[in-house]
Design a binder for this molecule. Structure first.
Ligand SMILES: Nc1ncnc2c1ncn2[C@@H]1O[C@H](COP(=O)(O)OP(=O)(O)OP(=O)(O)O)[C@@H](O)[C@H]1O
Length: 769
């Protein structure tokens, strides 16, 4: 039905025009005000020298607020809101009409909200309620009332294009059964523009609960491919920052698997008006902390090796990774740190001129019992301060002790002497000696303390780590029985060989970062009020517990999918077990997402059949949102040349259908490079994605399966789904699952004559050509 036929069309059109007019007026006013503030700041800067001048700070703050508000108005003016609710609070006369948008806008003169921010408490009812009786949590408690209307809009460049009135739950079920299109399916039917986008207008009930769930507990979201985990995690970050906005010192962090992925998600937070969130990979964060140039083996090199290496090599790599990612390894490190702590101080008394100022036992006792929450090096600093303070106080007592010693000496001489005149010289010499000593103690006390502290060997993170693999009894006791003596020796040899060459692996970074924090500490500005970890199934338990060290209050969002855990040789296989181990002392929230918003019903059906066959994985199957498309197609070709020819033909056909983003997914890097070489001259906008690529452009990409994780494309072409490429192993099935689930609309698979076993069993879910 054309939007103009909607009974409220004229009313809504007028309201939209009024809102845009208000925005223009407000913008004009603020721009003028911003100009005045700019001039004022210039003047103030001329007359004041100090950056801490109160007038300067106050005006700078006003200027920043004005600039930020102008930014919000600019972003709002073409699309100021996406939803509306008509709400009447119980026991109140008036019914409120609330327009909800990406950015909240407030009319200062009339003191009313023009648009309510999607993160505001009242906006909760827009996302979570389909019935008339509703409630939401406000800072002052629960507010109950009735919702009389829930409306969604599509507005493009200031023009009202669509109005959708929300249905009751029953109507929605009927619509879905009859395949009637709604606002969400309209949104999902669109082609992708390359990067991941915000979804504020269509956040679903369960997603909304996750986004708004309490900040104080760690939260785990296990979700099938395409269930919106990444999207929701970033919306949750925006929500928490908004609701914690009074805490202006708080820092926030997003950890994603690689730089390409970071680039792929980089539009969302700024688009939600959120800036200054530190977005990084675990690897980059750890390298920044360690502050030393070291070589890192690419995780994908290792994956390639695991896919193609010999059995013995694969076993060593797997066991080494598991050991280094385990909490048992952390326990060994904790014990070794304790030993280091006990042996760090020189086992001598602090003495001077033959007088013991402080015994080793006393110094050790102070060191071991005070400021234990600090790092070892910070505690050395504290001990230094303690010694200075303590000896300054004790100096009087030391003086008295020296005077007593000399008094005693002089008394003895006097008692033994027959002629007092004869010993006068000796007595004077003793008095001189005493005075010299007293003087020296006063002058040299700081030097003696410095010398004592100087004797403490400063710990070194890398040396400490290396020593663990060099015949460490405790490590051996912990692991040799578990993995076998020979294998343990091999793991240590393999690690030492690399460490000596200054080459580290991803799994070394968790322990190294942990040791570094325990030795040197971490500043408050490097701690985070909330940390989002995407693809969290690829972290190991050790890395998760390291992240606890930099979290202010264990506020985390971990999102991941065990079915996509291709690093499961080191990663997480069971959320419950992992969370109970890592957050032993803490309760956590868990959500399971099963709806796939990305792919059509036909693609989800095939992906489900594939992942079902993964042994040892209790895969959660995806439920698609009601959106049909073409059935996936398998092309059986006679040779590689025919595969490539078919692919070229298919890509061109997809491009003609206006599918902007197309991926050719190959299993490993080697085949990716080969295919790219063959296709690159056929298309203008084609890109090879390898480990070092950091920019995501869309267009046609040729990409290895493991790097495609997290990304999405309109059409996906899967190279060589032959039995020799995709074997019946956990890793290969997961990689094929990942490849299939990258597609929004179309999947094409190519094999030479025979298809992989996993596809044999799912024949009815794709067509064959
Ligand atoms: N409520 C929603 N409204 C509109 N689109 C949505 C919604 N939820 C998810 N999507 C879309 O579904 C797609 C998948 O989202 P996202 O990449 O966040 O999923 P994911 O669970 O992280 O996937 P994967 O595990 O495969 O990486 C995206 O295009 C996203 O915009």
């Amino acid at each position: 039905m054309p939007v103009t036929n909607h009974p409220d069309y004229q009313l809504e059109k007028d309201h939209l025009e009024e809102t845009i007019e208000w925005i223009e007026g407000e913008k004009e006013f603020l721009e003028e005000y911003e100009g005045i503030l700019k001039e004022r700041l210039k003047e103030i800067r001329k007359s004041v020298r100090s950056l801490t001048d109160e007038r300067l700070i106050a005006n700078q703050q006003l200027y920043n607020i004005a600039t930020k508000d102008i930014g919000s108005l600019n972003r709002s003016k073409d699309n100021p809101y996406f939803g509306r609710v008509d709400f009447q609070e119980n026991r109140r006369e008036e019914r409120e009409t609330i327009y909800i948008g990406k950015y909240g806008l407030h009319d200062r003169d009339r003191e009313v909200p023009v648009v309510v921010d999607w993160r505001a408490p009242i906006a909760d009812i827009y996302y979570s309620s389909h019935s008339q009786e509703v409630s939401y949590k406000s800072p002052s408690g629960e507010i109950k009332g009735n919702m009389f209307l829930k409306r969604r809009y599509e507005i493009d460049e200031g023009e009202l294009k669509e109005i959708f009135d929300d249905k009751t739950s029953e109507d929605r079920i009927e619509d879905s059964l009859k395949g009637r299109s709604g606002f969400l399916t309209e949104a999902l039917n669109k082609t992708t523009q390359g990067r991941l986008k915000e979804i504020v207008a269509t956040i679903q009930d369960q997603q909304n609960k996750i986004i708004r769930s309490e900040m104080i507990r760690p939260l785990v979201v296990q979700g099938v491919a395409g269930s919106g985990k990444t999207t929701i995690a970033l919306h949750r970050m925006a929500y928490l920052i908004y609701n914690n906005r009074r805490n202006t010192d708080a820092n926030y962090m997003v950890i994603a698997p690689n730089k390409l992925f970071l680039n792929y998600i980089s539009d969302i937070l700024p688009d939600l008006g959120v800036e200054n969130v530190f977005q990084t990979t675990f690897e980059d964060w750890a390298l920044g902390l360690l502050h030393k140039k070291i070589g890192i083996t690419q995780s994908s090199d290792k994956l390639n090796l695991l896919m193609n290496g010999n059995t013995e090599e694969v076993e060593t790599i797997t066991l080494a990774s598991r050991m280094k990612g385990s909490l048992l390894f952390k326990k060994v490190i904790d014990n070794r740190l304790k030993q280091l702590e006990r042996s760090l101080l020189p086992s001598v008394n602090l003495s001077m001129e033959g007088i013991d100022l402080l015994t080793y036992e006393k110094i050790q006792e102070v060191f071991l019992t005070s400021s234990v929450h600090l790092s070892l090096v910070q505690r050395i600093g504290k001990l230094h301060d303690y010694l200075k303070g303590r000896l300054k106080k004790d100096i009087k007592e030391v003086h008295e002790r020296i005077e007593a010693i000399y008094d005693q000496k002089i008394r003895t001489i006097k008692n033994q002497a027959e002629d007092i005149e004869a010993i006068r010289k000796d007595i004077i010499a003793l008095y001189d000696e005493r005075d010299r000593k007293l003087e020296k103690i006063k002058d040299n006390l700081p030097v003696v303390i410095e010398e004592y502290i100087g004797k403490i060997v400063q710990p070194d993170t890398f040396q400490f780590y290396r020593s663990l693999f060099d015949k460490d009894e405790e490590l051996e006791k912990a692991f040799a029985n578990k993995i076998g003596q020979d294998m343990y020796a091999e793991v240590c040899r393999h690690t030492l060989e690399k460490l000596i060459k200054n080459v580290y692996e991803n799994e070394d970074l968790g322990p190294l970062a942990y040791i570094h924090i325990k030795l040197f500490g971490i500043e408050d500005r490097n701690r985070y009020a909330h940390i989002v970890v995407d693809e969290a199934q690829d972290l190991d338990e050790f890395k998760m517990s390291v992240l606890r060290e930099i979290s202010m209050n264990d506020s985390f969002t971990f999102v991941g999918d065990l079915s996509q855990g291709i690093y499961s040789y080191r990663g997480i296989n069971n959320w419950e077990k992992t969370m109970e181990k890592v957050f032993k002392d803490k309760e956590y929230n868990y959500h399971l997402l099963t709806t796939s918003y990305r792919s059509t019903i036909e693609i989800v059906a095939l992906a489900n059949e594939v992942i079902k066959q993964c042994k040892g994985l209790e895969a959660v199957l995806a439920e698609p949102i009601f959106r049909h498309g073409e059935k996936p197609i398998l092309h059986q070709c006679k040779d590689e040349a025919a595969v490539l020819q078919q692919m070229v033909y298919q890509i061109k056909a997809l491009q003609q259908e206006d599918f902007g983003s197309i991926a050719v997914i190959c299993k490993d890097l080697h085949s990716t490079e080969m295919v790219y070489e063959c296709l690159k001259d056929q298309f203008e906008d084609i890109h090879l994605i390898s480990d070092h690529v950091t920019d995501f452009h869309g267009g046609v990409v040729v990409i290895p399966s493991y790097l495609s994780k997290g990304l999405e494309f309109d059409g996906v072409l899967i190279h060589r789904v032959d039995p020799s490429t995709y074997a019946d192993t956990e890793m290969d099935i997961k990689l094929l699952y990942i490849a299939i689930t990258r597609a929004l609309h179309r999947v094409y698979m190519y094999c030479i004559q025979e298809r992989a076993k996993v596809l044999e069993k799912s024949r009815e879910f794709y067509g064959v050509k």
